[in-house]
Design a protein. Structure first.
Length: 474
């Protein structure tokens, strides 16, 4: 795959293109269809030897899929496995090693080649320090269980610099594509890693598929210049010398073949910079909020809301669609924007609007963006807000998501009466000032409450509640 790989002693050079399996679909038993298995086989036979997995990908089955499709079929030394620590599941230092051991067992291996802390942002960085995560991972690396140690990142340059200062990292995985390069933090984050001599691995090179679904005039412009949308997006990385691996999320063999052909082809001349910028402009011109990301508003905001980022994520969701790993705009918004930078922190002082060259009513637009994100995440219709304000509300699920829902509802002027949880150990306890009740108590008093499911186990809980005749708000 060229000379953009990275070496591990006594092993082949890592291919410049990797295969990410996050978007594969599995049935209820965790099996992927034959077409998906064929993509993995095709990737391996084509010289791709870097395969990216994650603890919660494909409903928690991606590591088992790596085992069945790679570990059980090919010599272990001929490919590299990347896996990730779900930092949001860590509540104490011991969890780090316990989660890692679960991953080794799922993969059926004795070591992991590239291990990343997943989705690091400012909030998760504080957790890394609080739970002494690097002490545990460094020990695992010293003992040979981890070969290369890095992190995937979703925040700005200021936070990235703090993370880079915290440990001597082997690599960093960044979200880079030509749209984010020109419109958001991708360029500054890449350049910081390059200055620090940290190899960059790329995720979302075509924006989770969003840079395929371009406005028609943008597609026509690319056709006139001899490009397909996917080929144009992937060609962008051939100019970035510090990019070592570009992850493809191909779901079909034909898509994989096009990606390989693009990355192995000739470099696009630098005079195409104007074409990239023009496609970005066409996307932004169709955006519902006419924000140009000039940044003038940021200088005035006393709460440090990342106003351009909030508007960009909303515009992206409308114009380009939501990346397939997210179920709705709410998940997209709350996962991709750091807590301290979100729209809900706005106090409506109005200072930002006075500086906006586009004359955007920024406080009102921020309020609308947050409202759409909140309603979307909660899985309810806007007209249901009135019902929730009048009824007693129970959030089924008292973990991190439950606490997030509580905060969201309170910002919308809605109070919850109870948490409910299937864990007996939680019954009768208090979480964030709210009592946790049992499903039996909820069923006995079901006519009094409306329920919101605040758990990643949505389908199973929804089925449980339907059998009990309990009202689930939507």
């Amino acid at each position: 795959m060229g000379n953009i790989g990275i070496e591990i002693t006594d092993r082949p050079i890592v291919s410049g293109m990797g295969l990410g399996i996050m978007r594969f679909k599995a049935d209820t038993d965790g099996r992927i269809p034959q077409a998906a298995r064929s993509v993995i086989k095709k990737a391996y036979e084509s010289g791709i030897n870097y395969f990216d997995s994650g603890f919660e990908y494909i409903k928690g089955t991606s590591e088992s899929i790596i085992k069945s499709e790679l570990v059980d079929r090919y010599p272990r030394e001929t490919f590299f496995i990347a896996d990730k620590l779900p930092i949001w599941k860590v509540t104490k230092k011991e969890d780090v090693k316990n989660l890692f051991e679960i991953q080794l067992e799922r993969l059926g291996v004795g070591y992991i080649d590239f291990y990343l802390i997943h989705a690091v942002n400012n909030r998760y960085f504080e957790m890394i320090k609080q739970y002494e995560v690097m002490d545990v991972l460094s020990e695992l690396k010293d003992k040979g269980y981890i070969k290369k140690l890095g992190f995937s990142f979703h925040d700005n340059e200021e936070v990235l610099e703090k993370v880079l200062d915290h440990y001597s990292w082997d690599f960093c995985q960044l979200q880079i594509n030509y749209y984010d390069w020109y419109a958001q933090h991708a360029k500054s984050n890449y350049e910081l890693c390059t200055r620090r001599n940290i190899p960059v691995f790329v995720m979302e090179p075509i924006g989770g598929g969003r840079l395929i679904n371009l406005p028609e005039e943008a597609k026509q412009l690319l056709r006139n210049n001899g490009f397909s949308p996917a080929g144009f997006a992937l060609s962008f990385f051939k100019r970035l010398e510090n990019v070592r691996v570009v992850l493809s999320g191909s779901l079909k063999e034909a898509e994989l073949e096009e990606n390989i052909k693009t990355l192995c082809g000739k470099k696009i001349k630098d005079d195409k910079d104007d074409l990239y910028a023009e496609i970005v402009r066409m996307i932004q011109d169709k955006s519902p909020v006419p924000c140009s990301a000039c940044g003038y508003c940021l200088k005035e905001c006393p709460r440090k809301v990342d106003i351009p980022l909030c508007f960009q994520k909303y515009n992206d969701s409308v114009m380009l669609g939501i990346p397939s790993q997210y179920r709705n705009f709410g998940e997209f918004y709350f996962n991709c924007i750091p807590v301290e930078s979100r729209a809900e922190n706005c106090i409506k002082c109005g200072k930002c609007a006075k500086r906006c060259p586009q004359s955007i009513s920024i406080p009102n637009q921020l309020s609308e963006v947050y409202k759409k994100a909140a309603i979307s995440l909660l899985g309810i219709k806007e007209e249901s807000l009135g019902i929730l304000k009048e009824k007693k509300v129970v959030c089924f699920g008292s973990g991190n998501m439950g606490r997030e829902y509580k905060n969201i509802l309170e910002r919308l002027g809605i109070s919850i009466t109870y948490f409910c949880d299937n864990s007996k150990a939680k019954w009768g306890t208090v979480e964030s000032g709210i009592e946790v009740i049992s499903p039996d108590f909820l069923e006995r008093n079901k006519d009094e409450y409306y329920v919101l499911i605040s758990s990643t186990h949505y389908d199973a809980i929804n089925e449980q509640l339907e059998k009990s005749g309990i009202n689930v708000i939507n």
